[in-house]
Design a protein around this ligand. Structure first.
Ligand SMILES: [Zn+2]
Ligand SMILES: [Zn+2]
Length: 146
């Protein structure tokens, strides 16, 4: 995310919290900020470990519930987990994922052709498509070296 994206993400955070009567507490801000910094689509557990240095008394449960409420009000996304732990990301812009099958890293990428991918007619008849995301799977650079 660029600095501008982060600034508008913070605006959205405040707007959506107000809209849904979610108080902007220091805890919520800290959790959201930690997620904004993250590039790795962290799990609730990973976020919990990161915020504990700022919020030593916070419980895992609070972090988890906070992340779920953020995703309910639409300021963060839950990322496909494939039976792994839920993962979260603050990047709401249309983008795609490369997922490493070995280390489970999820890496963002943009590709216009994928954004404009056509939905098959038989799916259009049955479903209302709200999001399109292409997920490529394979072995990341780091794992490829091993
Ligand atoms: Zn990997
Ligand atoms: Zn992503």
């Amino acid at each position: 995310m660029t600095i501008n994206d982060q600034a508008s993400a913070r605006e959205l955070f405040k707007e959506k919290c107000a809209e849904h009567n979610l108080k902007v507490t220091p805890q919520r801000v800290t959790i959201y900020e930690e997620l904004l910094k993250a590039k790795d689509h962290p799990s609730a557990d990973a976020i919990y470990k990161r915020v504990r240095s700022f919020l030593p008394n916070i419980s895992f449960d609070t972090v988890y519930r906070t992340l779920l409420s953020f995703s309910e009000i639409g300021i963060i996304n839950q990322v496909e987990g494939y039976g792994e732990k839920k993962r979260f990301e603050p990047n709401l812009y249309s983008h795609h994922h490369f997922r490493c099958l070995k280390c489970h890293a999820i890496i963002d990428f943009s590709h216009d052709a994928y954004n404009n991918i056509a939905v098959p007619d038989e799916l259009k008849k049955q479903f209302q498509v709200l999001n399109k995301r292409v997920v490529l799977e394979g072995v990341c650079k780091e794992c490829g070296k091993k």
